[in-house]
Design a binder for this molecule. Structure first.
Ligand code: GAP
Length: 536
């Protein structure tokens, strides 16, 4: 599937719009339109229902080491600045960037790609910032412009090796930056903290400085004690949160994949250190199954365990759930969710102060006076097991998902083109969003075949009965084939049509978006049929 087609459909049907579009848009920010908002809500609701509110805490679920409880939180976006010092984000949450002195544009060092062009005894590293599928064409266009070549002189240009990332290039003197016309315009890479800074209250100086959260996780850690003390949860248990996070990404791109404002769905699961390896395996597999059950069932979804050298020192395991998004080069996958074994790193950091991530996890990072560099809260965030009387700092397994990335993956997977007969029985290309019925923005559309003979009245009654439970749509305009196709594109899994037979036998046609199968069912079975099929 070509990404442009999905982007166009998202705009046309009201799934996604560029933020502030009438002013030219704002890079890295996206708005969800009337259908998009329903889809994303359904993704978040499916997650909350399956992980939290619908969780059966009385049974041992398949693959789980024991029964466990789940509860939720909704924390603020702006938190005490000390949270980010102790979490490590203040010091360590950065990317390396390079600036172009000619165009004044800024790029992430590891995202600029290019290849060596040779012409007229000169060797130039020509970079581009376009999608992988367009790189070859674009770098050729830029090289020809740089060397002032016309199409007939193309033979004078040759390429030395394939595409490389800028991080592999030591000397920038022969680099042609993405939009520059001269060589050697890039600065050396510099650190750039990704947290958005703001000021709280009337204090404009550093005393009032605060940050928009770059992840929802820290709100859970700092409330660990509150949750244990106020609810009756016992380890093992998980706390879930869905909410906005903000990262000042240097080069946001690939539609909503890398945005500056996005939503996360995170669980911090607290368990006994001895059981943490088993819980890690459980959550890794459970989360993978969740995506599969909602339609990402094919080879485009994969689970990738990090190699030992990719792991943080405190972690005994991290896995990414990845999807082969169509905007990535063939064979490459993008992260949907990370499942990390975080040990007791976060709770200890908030108790004792920022731990030293670079060396021994048991040492607190000290300043030049030998005092903890960033003091923790000093609060006791350990846990006492009432049965064994053992006191310990729980270990944490963190399944951390992005609501926008999941929504985008479901959209990419759902986009299909096939053939279906039009109103005259002629086969036409049909664009379908085959979203899982639980995720589909509109669950069913109700049509009277024609606008007469009492059909609209019956159809409206069916619509009203369904509307009490689901988001449904009523449409009486135009040929019925066209109405079906509009719903196919919107991802509506079922259409119900009232026709001449309805007037005599009280039945309607139920059409399935994916199989195109049409069955006749009784009017008084419509609600229960849709209910069953949406849950299936
Ligand atoms: N608490 C751990 C954490 O935040 P992360 O891998 O940085 O881990 C988790 O983020 C998930 O959040 C990612 O797997 C992705 O789905 C989503 N995410 C992260 N940055 C994003 C961005 N700039 N735009 C959209 N989603 C993003």
């Amino acid at each position: 599937m070509e990404m442009e087609k999905l982007v166009a459909l998202c705009k046309r049907r009201g799934y996604l719009f560029q933020s502030s579009e009438i002013y030219g848009g704002l890079n890295g920010f996206w708005d969800y339109g009337p259908l998009g908002v329903e889809l994303k809500r359904n993704v978040k609701e499916a997650w909350w229902r399956d992980m939290v509110s619908g969780h059966d805490d009385l049974s041992v679920l398949p693959g789980a080491p024991a029964a466990y409880e789940m509860t939720g939180l909704d924390c603020t976006i702006i938190m005490h600045p000390q949270v980010w010092k102790c979490s490590g984000h203040y010091d360590l949450f950065h990317d390396y960037m390079v600036d172009c002195r000619q165009t004044r544009k800024r790029y992430r060092h590891d995202q600029v790609r290019g290849r060596w062009a040779q012409c007229k005894e000169q060797r130039v590293f020509v970079t581009t910032m376009v999608e992988a599928s367009l790189e070859e064409e674009e770098s050729q266009r830029r090289a020809m412009k740089f060397f002032k070549l016309r199409n007939k002189d193309l033979d004078a240009l040759s390429w030395d090796g394939g595409f490389q990332v800028l991080t592999e290039i030591d000397d920038f003197s022969q680099v042609l930056a993405p939009d520059a016309t001269e060589l050697d315009t890039l600065t050396e890479p510099r650190e750039f903290n990704l947290m958005f800074k703001t000021y709280v209250g009337a204090l404009s100086g550093e005393e009032g400085a605060a940050f928009l959260r770059p992840e929802t996780a820290q709100g859970i850690f700092v409330n660990f004690k509150n949750v244990v003390d106020s609810s009756r949860v016992k380890v093992p248990f998980g706390i879930a949160q869905i909410g906005k996070s903000f990262r000042n990404e240097i080069t946001p791109r690939n539609f909503t994949f890398r945005s500056r404002e996005f939503e996360q769905m995170e669980i911090e699961f607290f368990c006994h250190p001895n059981a943490s390896a088993d819980w890690y395996t459980y959550w890794r597999d459970r989360r993978m199954q969740w995506y599969q059950a909602l339609g990402l069932a094919g080879e485009r979804l994969q689970l990738r365990e990090h190699d030992a050298d990719e792991l943080s020192h405190y972690s005994t395991g991290t896995a990414d759930i990845e999807y082969a998004f169509p905007f990535l080069p063939s064979g490459e996958y993008g992260e949907l969710e990370g499942i990390a074994h975080r040990g007791d790193f976060d709770l200890r950091s908030h108790m004792e102060g920022k731990l030293d991530e670079s060396s021994d996890p048991l040492t607190v990072q000290l300043d030049e006076h030998g005092k903890p560099k960033y003091r923790g809260s000093g609060k006791d965030l350990t846990y006492r097991d009432e049965v064994s009387n053992e006191r310990f700092t729980p270990h944490v397994i963190e399944p951390s998902a992005g609501a926008d990335r999941a929504t985008l993956a479901f959209l990419c997977e759902a986009y299909t083109e096939d053939a279906a007969p039009d109103d005259k029985g002629k086969m036409q290309t049909r664009t379908v969003l085959s979203l899982h019925p639980r995720l589909a923005p509109i669950k069913a559309a109700v049509f009277p075949l024609v606008k007469k003979d009492g059909m609209p009245e019956i159809a409206k009654d069916i619509y009203r009965a369904l509307k009490k439970k689901f988001n449904v749509f009523y449409d009486e305009k135009g040929a019925v084939g066209r109405r079906y196709r509009r719903q196919d594109e919107a991802g509506t899994p079922f259409c119900i049509t009232v026709d001449g037979d309805t007037l005599t036998d009280q039945t309607v046609t139920l059409r399935d978006r994916d199989t195109l199968e049409q069955t006749r069912i009784k009017i008084d079975e419509v609600v229960s049929q849709i209910e069953q099929r949406v849950q299936a």
